[in-house]
Ligand binder design. Structure first.
Ligand SMILES: Cc1ncc(COP(=O)(O)OP(=O)(O)O)c(N)n1
Ligand SMILES: Cc1ncsc1CCOP(=O)(O)O
Ligand SMILES: [Mg+2]
Length: 568
């Protein structure tokens, strides 16, 4: 079964092969758009018309592809809201939320506010004609899937919006009835209330009031209990929206954040733990825009609401300690990135080919044999002059590996030495390591890059010039090439010799580090093969299958320095 979304008008004009009698209509989902269920056979019929490739829609409704397969449509939310100069709420929160949720977000700005963590210092409404112009520009050209509203400062703006939605129907309308800011400042006056109740809410697929907004919508009723919230949800539903989410974040005497979702038939009590933080500015905008984003992806309403609630909870938890501004209520981090820097005070520096000079690669078996921990081994290597470290713990349990990696990261970061993880992208992600080293049978480089992000270091093992070229195309940062000499450390590893190494080095646009059987006796020959690469040597047993890692690292460092001075 495949879900197809289209307007009834589009249905008859664009999909002539569709026999509506064979389709199940579910008009409950949205007024303007009819979700249809079709069988596999019908989908193929569609495809042959060349109108739309619905096989793509099967995977993700919002990522429809035109018949030539070239234009990938992404889920698109249009937010109609006010700008928050402090960027915790409003348009800025909507943009960040959609970015975090992988959805395109366009913006129609209804008002510009001057605000910060202390409060709202000024509000300047955008002229109504210009709001209309923005709406038309976006909707006439860019086909939004979902419209989400925030601050709508005048009755005329609501009317303009509704008129535009008639002209350019969308799949769903999410209304966050912003009337009062969390700092207590009024963002939409009482005159607008009647228009909200009589015109906007009846068009909404969901409305998401907090306790204060729900109370205002209902003429000032007291809302103090979950039972009150249920009856408020029911009364607001009677005003016409298809679904209501009454948010109980401000409910007194509740340890959890309880929201009531009502779809006209059933009530759902949605709980999440209350995160203790001052950084809650913009949670309402964020929740609503996340609901819109999930709807734009094609999720059903209840799923969208649950995902949004979880997203807000996670983001709050992640940013509970960040400090931005001096006021009582701070913004939180939609992209869950800031905490790392706050906690570690560490910003990864750019990779430099000089980092490969003395590359220490650990081995759990060897460290065990010599009775030392991974952390002790790494500490000694770094003190001895290692310029980069790789944790290559083939036998470690994941949990132990992660703990060791975190401890080693602290050691390496205190000395400015990058720490990479061998093979295990999951471990690298979990401890925020500086990167990974992978081989031919590990995860492909482009997938790793999308998981780790642009700043992380990715090293890949290659033995041939063709492979070296591939590494460059795929966006690796360096190549590990070997084994240069025979080694007992890696089983069944074909050696390429100095000639093989030289061939890879000559072909590579990336920095190369040589590996395999390298130690005090032969490091100089490796570094003096007569071409600009390799930039260094990677060693396991020469450092870790020895009694004193510190002494061996210092000795190897001296040999490499000597070789480097000769090459110059
Ligand atoms: C610096 C460096 N170069 C090559 C390798 C080998 O990686 P791979 O081919 O993935 O083999 P394993 O190390 O996983 O056995 C390396 N680890 N480091
Ligand atoms: C991991 C790896 N990849 C190619 S050779 C090798 C092992 C290197 O270990 P050693 O330095 O002890 O020879
Ligand atoms: Mg590997």
């Amino acid at each position: 079964m495949v879900m197809i979304y289209c307007s009834s008008q589009l249905l008859s004009t664009s999909f002539p092969l569709l026999n509506p009698k064979t389709l199940k209509f579910d008009a409950k989902y949205s007024k303007n758009w009819l979700p249809l269920q079709s069988t596999e056979g019908l989908v193929k019929g569609f495809h042959q018309t060349g109108v739309l490739n619905l096989n793509a829609m099967q995977e993700d409704k919002a990522s429809a592809v035109t018949s030539d397969g070239s234009k990938l449509r992404v889920p698109h939310v249009l937010t109609v809201a006010g700008s928050d100069s402090g960027a915790g709420a409003g348009i800025q929160a909507d943009l960040k939320t959609c970015a975090a949720r992988g959805v395109y977000c366009s913006t129609v700005i209804t008002a510009v506010t001057a605000q910060n963590t202390i409060g709202v210092q000024g509000v300047e409404a955008v002229p109504e004609d210009f709001v209309a112009e923005q709406l038309k520009s976006v909707l006439s050209d860019m086909r939004a899937d979902v419209v989400k509203t925030g601050m709508l400062p005048s009755t005329s703006i609501v009317k303009i919006l509704l008129q535009c939605l008639k002209e350019f129907p969308v799949q769903a309308l999410v209304v966050d009835p912003v009337m009062v800011s969390t700092s207590g400042d009024v963002l939409a006056g009482p005159s607008i209330l009647a228009t909200f109740r009589e015109e906007l809410l009846p068009m909404a697929d969901i409305v998401t009031p907090n306790l204060r907004e729900a109370s205002v919508l209902l003429g000032g009723v007291q809302l103090e209990t979950v039972a009150n919230m249920r009856s408020a949800a029911k009364s607001i539903h009677d005003m016409g929206p298809r679904n209501v989410l009454v948010k109980g974040g401000d409910l007194p005497a509740s340890l959890d954040a309880i929201d009531i979702f009502f779809d006209g038939q059933d009530f759902y009590e949605l709980r999440s733990s209350r995160v203790k933080t001052r950084n809650t500015h913009g949670t309402g905008c964020t929740l609503a825009s996340c609901i819109a984003a999930e709807l734009a992806k094609g999720h059903p309403m209840l799923t969208a609401v649950k995902v949004a609630k979880r997203y807000v909870e996670t983001a709050l938890d992640y940013s509970k300690d960040i400090v931005i501004g001096t006021g009582l209520q701070g913004p939180f981090d939609h992209l869950s990135k800031l905490k790392r820097n706050v906690h570690n005070a560490y910003v990864q520096r750019a990779f430099d080919s000089g980092d490969l000079f003395l590359y220490a690669v650990t081995d759990s078996g060897m460290n065990k044999k010599w009775g030392r921990s991974i952390t002790d081994a790494v500490k000694a290597a770094v003190e001895g002059g290692a310029t980069i470290v790789q944790l290559r713990e083939k036998d470690a349990e994941t949990r132990d590996f992660l703990e060791a990696a975190k401890a080693c990261l602290e050691i390496c970061r205190s000395k400015g030495v990058p720490l990479l993880i061998n093979d295990r992208v999951d471990v690298a992600l979990a401890c925020d390591a500086d990167g990974v080293h992978v081989g031919q049978s590990d995860m492909p480089t482009n997938v790793i890059r999308s998981l780790l992000g642009p700043e992380k270091i990715i090293g890949v093992s290659y033995k041939t010039p063709q492979q070296a070229h591939q590494a460059w195309i795929h966006g690796a940062d360096y190549i590990g090439s070997g084994g240069v000499y025979p080694t007992n450390t890696k089983a069944n590893n074909r050696s390429i010799g100095l000639d093989g190494l030289k061939t890879v080095c000559l072909a590579s646009k990336l920095p190369v580090v040589a590996i395999g059987g390298i130690g005090l006796s032969n490091a100089r020959s490796v570094m003096e093969i007569g071409v600009p690469n390799p930039k260094g040597v990677a060693v396991v047993s020469a450092l870790f299958d020895r009694e004193c890692v510190l002494t061996e690292t210092k000795k190897l460092y001296a040999v490499l320095m000597e070789a480097a001075s000769r090459v110059k």
